[in-house]
Design a protein around this ligand. Structure first.
Ligand code: IPT
Length: 952
């Protein structure tokens, strides 16, 4: 930088002028004034385009546009304030640390404020502090013309002492925010780059004798049931917890019988820290976190993390989240059985951690640090291995730990994400251990666990995780003695992730495996009229990573995806396994702490999907980890030719379903084939039972009064993000292989149409241009006069080097077909390795509602295990069960679409009846589907019976 007055922008130091970091608390007896609201904004293209005169008192900013604080300016002003940029790990500017580009959007923010009438005056003594909870990426601050200093560390708080500068009225607060700074090199997280004052700005009165910083130590001794409380405070005072009869001096330990805090039982005690000048409410949770016997134990018990990675996201406001949105996240996590959250990849808004304390979530609090882009140069010049940057790293570590140290929910500190390795990280770990030895340290990049207390990895395959579980992974002595977690797994991008249940089985089998965190909680799509939701590239970015930013268990508007429902089922805290033939249920309590006395159990009995009897089931209040077998009542006598099953559910006091299981009582009878009628040649038609066919092509035209686009073999699906795989993976990337083979442009050759006494048989070969492989296909049509049966036989020819996307038939119905009823898996979508949440039942929905609106359109919406489905007046029965999909566009249109808004209903409803589907896996970042979920091309035969049933 040539201009001295903005030298701080690319200085490696974190800033100057701010107060030392300290704890954050929402409530206090001291006055405070929110400075959120409408501010004036002047945007400049470079850091030094404008001088600092705007910060002086009396400056007239009346013609500047207004901007909402907290907020990101690029998400306001309808494009007038620039645009967001998305990159995964590439820096969106030339890598030459610590320098940043001359083109450095700079927002001068200005607001004036008066002190409220009751703001304590000089007489009340003390001063005031101005707090910024988050500004991206670098800010310089003036109050009433006085330069207070500048800071970096976007998702960390910074406070300035301002007492002597305040006036009763007409205070002028000026904040210059630079989008890029040396700090940007430390903030290369996979997310949108979004400059602005994006968290609260608050003025806090600091009375004489007020609380400065304090550290609540509340441990729990599980052998005695006693909790020990000690609040260390910079300013002496008293600690009062009425419920426990505690009234002690700060710094003095008190031991009393308590109920412990856990994520399952988030017991908080209300207390107060009272100093001469301030009363601060405390919420105390007693718990002890240790590493013992190679395991992470809380209150003496090894815990299993069923976690998610949570970025802060709102589709309109970016990383500015209001309290309701945060609460919604926590409530959604709890209602989907999530018990842990990694705050990827920065400390969240502090109020989020209050909610984690209150609702009960284990938290890995992660520092605002990622230098991933240096991987491109083999980590050369990585700031975390360069002593000049260490003060900035230590500043970040301290700002996180000091801010969040009083949350019982926080059990681990994470040094950051994807920052390679280096001395700076070691320095952070050492500082953190010194300051807070009562929590564990996490960092995934530390493969030998030199600085960390847990062996942590991301996206390891099932096989590797199993090896680690067995302790056969080698590694250093230190690592061998440590527990294992996957801080990221199950990449929830688009349809998926697949294989969750298989991971969970491993976590439950091997003690060393203490669980995992799904990547990630929410899609970071930006609400956009053009597209529905925008992702990388939609704002004309020079470098971007497309829809890789949409990989969450929630859609951007926080609607759960099928992936979240699958996760919920896989991690449900009670396992219910029904053995129908034996008439028993095995109930397992999978909590780590809680017994089952808060649940009631109910059974129901279904015949052909209809519930015919219900009752309650008495299950003992099993302790955590216990299981037992319970006898079901004698089943009703089933009518011949019916299928029956048990459903057992665990319900909480509000009758919310906590867990469920099903088991077959009488298996599905083999469907009766429709035969007997003979094909009849008529005027330009062949008639067979209720159906007519084209005599030349053998294609089905009508079933009763219903006109159809003839069924034919279909192997194509619009590749999912997980089919497409990540660009850096060189093993099988299915989407690409499929296209290379030409599976998206299969040709259908007709070899013969043959009408015999009992069947109409159409033979052909389905194959792509340019290849010698193909699928010999025989469609055999029979009828009993009322029903029409299609038997499809497929025999692969040639070498099939990869799995097929799907194997089944596709046909078309007139657009009036909208209601769908089916007996099979539901209510939501399922694929071979994402089918745990699919319950056997009678379901109905509209075709439109069967679609899962992935932000980037792709294969979706299949229903599993379908016995029969009715749509458009047609009943389709499967022999065997099939996968049902219906949509108002073709697979080819779905494949071509890049945004939700590209999907426009046509005049045909396309129905896929699949004998098999390829698994989903997680290859958009991790491993593909396990071998048992792969759809290997092999000879197959399957049949469907069509009957006209009327209705739409
Ligand atoms: C991993 C990152 O930690 C995370 O931020 C996100 O980018 C995720 O991948 C993919 O969505 S890093 C990857 C190289 C495994």
């Amino acid at each position: 930088m040539s201009n001295r007055h903005v030298d701080y922008v690319d200085d490696v130091l974190p800033g100057h002028g701010a107060l030392p970091p300290r704890t954050w608390y929402a409530a206090s007896s001291a006055a405070s004034l929110s400075l959120n609201g409408s501010w004036r904004l002047r945007l400049s293209p470079t850091a030094d385009a404008e001088d600092e005169s705007f910060a002086a008192e009396g400056f007239d900013a009346g013609d500047w546009p207004e901007v909402r604080v907290p907020g990101h300016w690029v998400l306001q002003g309808d494009g007038a304030f620039g645009a967001p940029v998305y990159t995964n790990h590439l820096y969106p500017f030339p890598v030459d640390p610590p320098y940043v580009p001359t083109e450095n959007p700079t927002g001068d923010h200005l607001r004036t404020f008066d002190l409220p009438d009751d703001w304590p005056g000089e007489a009340a003594g003390g001063g005031a502090v101005l707090r910024f909870d988050g500004v991206e990426s670098c800010a310089r601050v003036w109050l009433n013309g006085t330069d207070l200093g500048e800071f970096k560390g976007s998702r960390l708080p910074h406070e300035f002492a301002v007492g002597s500068l305040l006036k009763p009225t007409g205070n002028v607060l000026a904040v210059r925010v630079h989008q890029w700074s040396s700090g940007s090199y430390l903030e290369d997280q996979d997310q949108w780059w979004l400059p602005g004052i994006f968290r609260d700005v608050t003025l806090l009165h600091r009375p004489a004798g007020c609380v400065l910083d304090f550290f609540t130590h509340a441990s729990y001794d599980h052998t005695t049931g006693l909790g020990t409380l000690r609040v260390d405070s910079d300013v002496d005072g008293r600690v009062i917890v009425p419920e426990l009869g505690v009234d002690a001096a700060t710094g003095e330990p008190v031991t009393v019988p308590v109920e412990p805090w856990t994520a399952e039982t988030p017991r908080l005690y209300a207390g107060e820290l009272v100093t001469e000048g301030e009363r601060v409410p405390l919420r105390i949770g007693f718990r002890t976190v240790v590493l013992e016997d190679g395991l992470i134990k809380v209150n003496g018990v090894p815990v299993l993390f069923k976690g998610v990675n949570r970025h802060e996201w709102h589709p309109e406001h970016g990383r500015t989240l209001d309290l309701d949105t945060m609460r919604r996240d926590v409530a959604l996590m709890k209602s989907h059985h999530v018990n842990a959250v990694r705050t990827s990849h920065y400390p969240p808004h502090p109020a989020f951690l209050d909610l984690c304390d209150e609702y009960g979530l284990w938290v890995i609090d992660e520092c605002d640090l990622e230098t991933h882009g240096f991987v491109e140069q083999d980590w050369r010049d990585n700031p975390v291995d360069d002593d000049r940057w260490t003060p900035a790293l230590l500043d970040r570590a301290a700002r996180m730990v000091e801010r969040d140290k009083n949350h019982p929910s926080v059990v681990m500190w994470s040094l950051g994400n994807e920052a390679g390795t280096g001395r700076g990280l070691t320095a952070m770990a050492e500082w953190i251990r010194g300051r807070d030895p009562e929590r564990l340290v996490h960092y995934e990049g530390d493969i030998n666990c030199r600085d960390t207390d847990v062996y942590s990895r991301m996206y390891a395959s099932h096989a590797e995780v199993e090896k680690i579980g067995k302790g056969l992974d080698g590694g250093t002595d230190r690592r061998r003695g440590l527990p294992f977690i996957l801080c990221e797994y199950a990449h929830a991008m688009g349809n998926g992730p697949g294989g969750l249940a298989d991971y969970q089985r491993l976590f439950e089998t091997y003690d060393r495996l203490q669980g995992a965190f799904v990547w990630e909680w929410i899609d970071h799509g930006i609400a956009d009229e053009r597209y529905g939701y925008a992702y990388g590239g939609d704002f004309g970015e020079e470098l971007h990573d497309g829809n890789f930013v949409c990989d969450g268990l929630l859609f951007p508007d926080r609607t759960p995806t099928p992936g979240l429902l699958e996760f919920k089922k896989v991690i449900e805290p009670v396992r219910i396994e029904v053995d129908g033939p034996a008439g028993t249920v095995r109930v397992g309590n999978r909590h780590d702490f809680r017994d089952l006395s808060h649940l009631v159990f109910a059974w129901s009995y279904q015949v052909d999907g209809e519930t015919v009897e219900t009752g309650s089931l008495s299950v003992p209040p099993l302790a955590a980890g216990e299981s037992t077998e319970v006898k079901l009542p004698a089943p009703p006598v089933d009518a011949p030719g019916t299928e029956s099953q048990w459903t057992v559910r665990a319900l909480d006091a509000d009758e919310r379903e906590v867990a469920w299981g099903q088991g077959v009582s009488t298996p599905r009878p083999v469907p009766r084939p429709a035969t007997g009628a003979r094909p009849v040649h008529g005027a330009g038609l062949i008639t067979l039972g209720p159906a007519t066919f084209d005599p030349r092509t053998g294609e089905l035209r009508t079933v009763g009064r219903i006109a159809v686009t003839a069924p034919r073999l279909d192997v194509w699906r619009a590749p999912t993000d997980n089919d497409a795989g990540a660009s850096w993976q060189d093993d099988v990337r299915l989407g690409e292989q499929w296209r290379k083979l030409g599976l998206h442009r299969m040709r259908h050759r007709l070899d013969s149409v043959e009408a015999t006494d009992d069947a109409l048989t159409v033979r052909g070969r389905v194959a792509p241009a340019g290849r010698d492989l193909g699928l010999r296909t025989v469609y055999r049509w029979t009828s009993d006069g009322t029903a029409l049966r299609l038997t499809v036989s497929v025999a692969p020819e040639g070498e099939w080097p990869v799995a097929l996307p799907r194997l089944g038939v596709r046909f078309g119905l007139p657009e009036g077909a909208s209601r769908v009823r089916w007996f099979g898996g539901g209510p939501g979508e399922a694929y071979p390795d994402t089918r745990q949440a699919s319950a056997l039942g009678l379901w109905h929905d509209d075709v439109d509602a069967l679609q899962t609106p992935y932000v980037f359109p792709q294969e979706n919406g299949a229903r599993a295990d379908v016995r029969w489905a009715e749509i458009g007046g047609l009943r389709i029965e499967g022999d065997p069960e099939f996968w049902f999909t219906a949509r108002r566009w073709t697979t080819e249109q779905l494949d071509a679409a890049t945004h939700r808004t590209d999907l426009v209903p046509g005049d045909t409803v396309w129905v896929n009846l699949d004998h098999a589907q390829q698994g989903i896996g997680s290859q958009s970042c991790g491993p593909g589907p396990l071998p048992r979920y792969q759809l290997v091309a092999r000879a197959a035969e399957f049949a469907f019976t069509f009957t006209e049933v009327g209705g739409d």
